[in-house]
Write a protein that binds this ligand. Structure first.
Ligand code: TA6
Length: 272
């Protein structure tokens, strides 16, 4: 299984691994902006530790199957080979239900994941179609790992006033900070956040801008030292150089009737 290179030009490219349709690289001006662990496993079984794993049909622990669902550990098809059109490089990937998925979750679906590489920006859009004759519900999330220079100097905005479930301290509160900072293990599910987040502290001091579409919630995660040590596919010394800011529909389940499609996604841009 080789990765699919999506090249706009000499300054802008991305790579997507068919395992989970996981984006494993986004480079602008030859600077890697995505974080993938040096210990990531590419055995076609475990989710790739980094980049943008796709969470579907369930965010978090799941009685019916693996944590975060089966999308990120399934082999996706290339539905559209990389093509440069209207100034961007575009590729698309597809995952449909199978015996394996129906054995866990007995619903018919077709996921289409489109990656669009623009100039200093990238879009990752997910269309979720119910191809069966019965309704189903799901939660979904783009588990984006951003590369940062020092997570203790990184800030995330667009969360103030939001209800947040703090999974580390197991409490629900309202966020009162304009800028969320990370100084310890962080695992926070923010409900109905701003559509736009700015993440400072990226490579060469750059700032990421994330603009969400139909993904009302945002999860912020950094495993910190202890959890990092507990993950075999994550280096003990890597947690200072990444932050997950994850656009999702996770605070409530999304219902999809037969033949309906739920379109969601994010645009990430980078600037000085
Ligand atoms: O998105 C945050 C989170 O749900 C954390 O609780 C942590 O489990 C993280 O995802 C990574 O999960 P994974 O199954 O990829 O190890």
């Amino acid at each position: 299984m080789s990765t699919v290179r999506i090249v706009r030009d000499a300054q802008n490219e991305a790579q997507v691994h068919p395992h989970g349709a996981t984006l494993t690289s986004w480079k602008v001006d030859n600077q890697e902006l995505s974080f993938v662990s040096k210990n990531a496993v590419y055995d076609g079984k475990k989710a790739i530790r980094g980049g943008i794993p796709i969470v579907f049909p369930n965010f978090g622990p799941w009685d019916l199957g693996p944590q975060h669902g089966f999308a990120r550990t399934s082999l996706w098809k290339v539905a559209k080979e990389p093509t440069v059109e209207s100034g961007s490089a575009v590729a698309a990937f597809e995952l449909e239900d199978s015996e394996q998925t129906r054995a866990m979750w007995n619903n018919r679906f077709k996921l289409t994941y489109t990656v669009i590489v623009g100039d200093h920006q990238m879009e990752t859009n997910l269309d979720i179609k119910n191809t069966g004759d019965t309704s189903f519900d799901f939660t979904t999330l783009l588990h984006t790992y951003f590369r940062v220079e020092d997570v203790t100097k990184t800030t995330v905005d667009g969360l103030k006033g939001c209800k947040v479930f703090d999974k580390v301290h197991k409490e629900t509160r309202t966020e009162d900070r304009d800028l969320v900072k990370i100084s310890s293990e962080t695992d926070a599910v923010y409900e109905t956040t701003s559509q736009v987040h700015h993440i400072t502290g990226g490579p060469n001091g750059k700032t990421f801008t994330v603009t969400k579409k139909n993904l009302p919630d945002t999860v912020v995660w950094n495993p910190w030292a202890e959890k990092a040590k507990a993950m075999s596919d994550f280096g003990d010394d890597e947690y200072p150089y990444m932050i997950c800011v994850e656009a999702g529909h996770v605070a409530s389940r999304c219902k999809l009737d037969p033949q309906q499609t739920y379109s969601c996604g994010q645009t990430i841009s980078i600037k000085d």
